[in-house]
Design a protein around this ligand. Structure first.
Ligand SMILES: Nc1ncnc2c1ncn2[C@@H]1O[C@H](COP(=O)(O)OP(=O)(O)OP(=O)(O)O)[C@@H](O)[C@H]1O
Length: 483
């Protein structure tokens, strides 16, 4: 055990005697323990005094339960009516064009997920109705709106007819790749609207489907005038709550809609996300009026397959030592480490690389070519660890990711804990029925309280990993990844 870890362990045993002394006291107000400043007896959330706290159960108990968990296959999950992957129907029952069906099966999809089964008939009905669709991360929303765009466009008409906007370059490129794979047996053409995609003297776009970030779409309509919106039939916002909520992007999304509405005839507006906070939902219903809605209940938001943990750290510097120890200890498939600031991601990448780990950093300051190269090497599995900011917190789908680390907890623009972004971040693992682990780093009273607020908002346990006992920590995390 390294010095750093030894000191972490002894400090934790001072601060958090839960595992060794379960009869720790419970605070009167039910608040969670502050890991630093106040080395008082551990305080637990909503728990009985002689039990592990409800929100922070003991890792040993979890380990025991995980060892009894049976491997659940995708087929099992698709048979279970309570699973978000359940469907009673097959893709053949969904009235898709035979060429699209061929594409779907070629992608290896056997049965639709719940959101696909429920949303597609509504999305494809005539006359078209708007849609606000919500389903947990990694449950196949992309296919639902990709199939809608592919079904609605006239392949013989060489003009843009479906516009899809997304919050990041990486996500837009990923959606294009899904649309192209699904449309493999059709003559569809797609265009990526990104920072570098408009060339001087370029003719008007002839591709039927245009996917990109909203600022570029606006430029292509009003500045370079290569994008004619008059034939648009479908307008999709992926990660719609984020697109409508955030300052500049929110304004740009509204502007794209106004440009479309001005010239296109009754376009169908389609909004999808895993989260719609109440404040955004109200706006969304005005953005997509009279929409069919598919909603999740609050308690359905988090996926049980993603096991959540946290680690106490002494201070910022100590977080880094624990992080490196974690990677020394575990052989992880692929993982994403989320940080708040771009320079933190660069700094961690530099230091971890120097210690022999294969890591890359991705953030908005990089040139587009660098961003693409980083993402490609991560998708190909050439780099195992991606250190990033919120720029790719949403939508990115890399099946092999089995761990997400919140090195810095997600905060909103007002520096308040942000449960929606947290859900999207941890949702980079546990994709389509797979198992995943997420680990939060906390290092002071504030970060601890932020995590506690997120835990309360989402109502799922976050297990304290006993860093004093590294064997058990390793076993717990490994079991959670395998279960
Ligand atoms: N019916 C299906 N059968 C098997 N795999 C599927 C099916 N539908 C989607 N998938 C796969 O599941 C993964 C997650 O899908 P997708 O990225 O569309 O999720 P999402 O709901 O959009 O997630 P997020 O909220 O994170 O954006 C992808 O790898 C996709 O290929």
């Amino acid at each position: 055990m390294s010095d750093a870890v030894a000191s972490l362990s002894s400090r934790l045993s001072e601060l958090n005697p839960v595992d060794s002394a379960p009869a720790a006291s419970t605070s009167a107000d039910g608040t969670a323990p502050a890991p630093t400043e106040a080395p008082a007896p551990v305080v637990v959330a909503e728990g009985e005094a002689d039990e592990a706290p409800a929100g922070f159960p003991k890792a040993s108990a979890l380990l025991e339960s995980l060892s009894h968990e049976v491997q659940v296959t995708l087929a099992d999950q698709q048979q279970d009516p309570n699973s978000p992957l359940f469907s009673a129907k097959s893709f053949d029952d969904l009235n898709l064009h035979p060429n699209l069906l061929k594409g779907v099966y070629k992608m290896g999809f056997q049965k639709p997920s719940k959101i696909q089964e429920r949303a597609l008939p509504l999305l494809l009905q005539n006359p078209p109705r708007n849609m606000i669709g919500q389903s947990q991360s990694g449950t196949g929303k992309t296919a639902a709106f990709a199939l809608t765009m592919l079904s609605r466009v006239d392949m013989d008409l060489k003009q843009p007819q479906a516009i899809c906007i997304a919050p990041s370059r990486e996500l837009a490129l990923q959606i294009i790749s899904v649309v192209q794979r699904m449309g493999e047996y059709t003559p569809v053409e797609c265009f990526h609207a990104g920072r570098d995609s408009v060339k001087r003297g370029m003719p008007k776009l002839q591709q039927q489907i245009v996917i990109g970030t909203p600022g570029t779409i606006i430029d292509m309509v009003v500045k370079s005038r290569v994008l004619d919106l008059s034939a648009v039939k479908v307008f999709v916002l992926d990660e719609a709550d984020n697109m409508l909520d955030s300052g500049t992007m929110g304004e740009q999304s509204i502007q794209v809609k106004n440009l479309i509405m001005k010239i296109a005839k009754n376009p169908q507006i389609v909004l999808f996300s895993a989260t719609f906070a109440d404040s955004v939902r109200n706006f969304a219903t005005r953005f997509a009026p009279q929409a069919n809605e598919i909603r999740l209940k609050q308690e359905e938001l988090s996926l049980d397959a993603i096991k959540q943990f946290f680690m106490d750290c002494r201070d910022e510097a100590h977080k880094y030592e624990v992080l490196v120890e974690l990677y020394n200890l575990l052989t992880i498939g692929q993982s994403i480490i989320f940080v708040k600031r771009r320079d933190t991601s660069d700094e961690i990448a530099r230091r971890m690389t120097a210690e022999g780990h294969k890591v890359v950093a991705l953030h908005g300051k990089l040139e587009t070519a660098e961003r693409d190269a980083v993402m490609e090497s991560f998708r190909d599995g050439k780099t195992k660890v991606l250190i990033t900011t919120n720029v790719i917190a949403r939508g990115i789908d890399v099946m092999q990711v089995n761990m997400v680390v919140n090195y810095d907890l997600p905060l909103d623009a007002n520096n308040k804990p942000d449960p929606e972004t947290y859900l999207h971040r941890i949702g980079r693992t546990g994709r389509f029925g797979r198992q995943g682990v997420s680990i939060n780093f906390v290092h002071d009273r504030t970060s601890f309280q932020d995590m506690e607020a997120i835990r309360k908002a989402l109502g799922k346990p976050i297990v304290r990993v006993d860093t004093e006992d590294f064997e058990q920590m390793e076993a717990t995390l490994k079991a959670a990844m395998k279960a």
